[in-house]
Design a protein around this ligand. Structure first.
Ligand SMILES: CC(C)(COP(=O)(O)OP(=O)(O)OC[C@H]1O[C@@H](n2cnc3c(N)ncnc32)[C@H](O)[C@@H]1OP(=O)(O)O)[C@@H](O)C(=O)NCCC(=O)NCCS
Length: 168
């Protein structure tokens, strides 16, 4: 069973392949032009992700906790938990996640999100707002599998309240 962990260096080889997958798929600005192939560069990158979870990219941004879904030395996906909703996060929600492209369709996302819920509870988030696009059927299933309740549909997004405490 994979585990959610803070970013770790031992998945380096797998993560570098995942970066290529994300870059091929497109739509992941944080992987654009990311060059961390050298061991030192990767260690520095992981340290940045770990030691500065409250990355303030924009002044309005809330702190964010980043967790990787890892099995042994294999990187499988990631979850971001925004500590509160500020600015555009009111639409984007508290929790974002993805499974690396080559690992999709294997049922990994539901347990990954489940494993993130206690982290959200500890941050005082309950329920979490999660807002997939209407067209994102897989993400909707993942949220429903975790007990999410649809509260609104607006401008192409579904607004789910996801209980975090005592969740699966
Ligand atoms: C959404 C995402 C995380 C799902 O990850 P995954 O590991 O492939 O999902 P799973 O294999 O666990 O499938 C979850 C459910 O969606 C269904 N599903 C998966 N792909 C599907 C598709 N293309 N169309 C319809 N249903 C789909 C599965 O059958 C499963 O349903 P079930 O639980 O009722 O059996 C993944 O597609 C992804 O990373 N997408 C890009 C980023 C993203 O959209 N993140 C979410 C933002 S809110």
């Amino acid at each position: 069973m994979p585990q959610l962990t803070v970013p770790v260096v031992n998945v380096c080889r797998s993560y570098l392949r995942a970066i290529e997958e994300y870059q091929r798929e497109g739509g992941y600005p944080d992987f654009d032009d990311l060059d961390v192939g050298e061991p030192k560069a990767f260690a520095d990158y992981v340290a940045r992700l770990r030691d500065d979870p409250r990355r303030k990219v924009e002044p309005w941004m809330a702190p964010m906790t980043l967790l990787w879904w890892v099995e042994g030395a294999e990187y499988l996906g990631r979850v971001s938990i925004w500590h509160w909703l500020a600015g555009p996060l009111a639409e984007a929600g508290h929790i974002g996640y993805d499974v690396r492209p080559s690992a999709r369709g294997r049922g990994l996302a539901t347990p990954m999100l489940a494993a993130a819920l206690p982290h959200a509870t500890r941050l005082g988030i309950d329920p979490a707002l999660v807002t997939p696009r209407v067209t994102n059927v897989a993400s909707r299933r993942v949220i429903e599998n975790n007990g999410g309740q649809l509260v609104e549909e607006r401008e192409g997004r579904l607004y789910f309240h996801l209980p975090t405490a005592g969740g699966s």
